[in-house]
Design a binder for this molecule. Structure first.
Ligand SMILES: Cc1ccnnc1
Length: 288
């Protein structure tokens, strides 16, 4: 893919750092013509095959290809791509509501109705991605952001650096990801699928916890393989049985539900008014 060879600063005024990660930096940028605000993701590109620093260009092309393939209200939008000598800059939709993680952490009790609203939006984004045979593979609280700082923000999935587009019938193995949020099949090197995105998701949303958190990374990985987790009563005593049922159906080696099926689960899509009432009475203890 050819990216714009012009200098990004001719078109955008570079602002404050918003975040940084394995890839490089994300900075707030202002488009000079319109004054509109965006997020510039500055990726260092390897200059030579043997250098370890930076990303190789093909992985950046891959991330661009994936972002161009999925335009959805719950997935960060890609507007433009610039390339200079050693850097590629993705101009992304500015997501300024912070991480869902922090929003949840600040809450004493997250009402199940609030958790469900977040879950629904995440599932809509995942359902759309999975319908295009794309799995995120690095789904964790830091990569689930909120569109803006309002009372009912929209979910935006970001950072598709590890995402993968499945070609028909292709088997894909990867051991990248973040230890405490990795799905079991990733660690046991089984063929991956979009189900990996589903596995840890629900538990996280409800409690802001990684269900398998061990004292060290290998301890955590062992827990995941053993699928050893318990509903720590301290956190889940008030959670409705529907919510627990929802989690139990997902937090298994082969998650029983796809994103699409999750959206139909009674916890998310209540059938009767009684179910709605029961849900609104319960809340979820947040990790304190
Ligand atoms: C960190 C980030 C990424 C994408 N858009 N806005 C902010």
């Amino acid at each position: 893919a050819v990216f714009k060879p012009e200098n990004v600063e001719d078109f955008y005024e570079i602002g404050e750092v918003l975040g940084s990660g394995h890839f490089g930096q994300v900075r707030k940028v202002k488009e000079r013509t319109s004054g509109s605000l965006w997020a510039g993701k500055f990726l260092k590109i390897r200059r030579s095959a043997c250098s370890r620093l930076g990303l190789d260009r093909s992985s950046v092309e891959h991330e661009v290809e994936i972002l161009q393939a999925i335009q959805h209200p719950n997935i960060v939008a890609l507007k433009d791509v610039f390339e200079s000598r050693a850097e590629v800059v993705l101009i992304l939709e500015l997501v300024s509501g912070g991480e869902l993680f922090d929003f949840i952490a600040e809450k004493e009790n997250l009402l199940e109705s609030e958790a469900i609203e977040f879950m629904k939006q995440i599932l809509e984004g995942l359902k759309f991605m999975h319908s295009k045979n794309i799995a995120h593979f690095d789904l964790k609280p830091e990569n689930i952001m909120l569109s803006d700082k309002v009372s009912h923000p929209n979910i935006k999935l970001i950072d598709f650096g590890l995402a993968h587009l499945f070609n028909q019938g292709e088997e894909y193995r990867s051991t990248s990801g973040t230890p405490q949020y990795i799905a079991p099949e990733v660690i046991s090197c089984q063929p991956l699928s979009t189900a990996a995105d589903m596995c840890v998701l629900s538990f996280l949303r409800l409690s802001g916890l990684s269900p398998f958190q061990g004292d060290t990374d290998e301890e955590t990985l062992k827990n995941i393989i053993a699928m050893k987790y318990e509903f720590d009563a301290h956190y889940f005593n008030l959670t409705s049985s529907m919510a627990k049922d929802f989690i139990q159906k997902l937090l298994v080696k082969n998650p029983e539900m796809t994103a699409e099926e999750c959206l139909l689960h009674p916890w998310i899509k209540p059938i009767t008014s009684k179910q709605v009432a029961r849900r609104n009475r319960s809340s979820i203890n947040m990790r304190n």
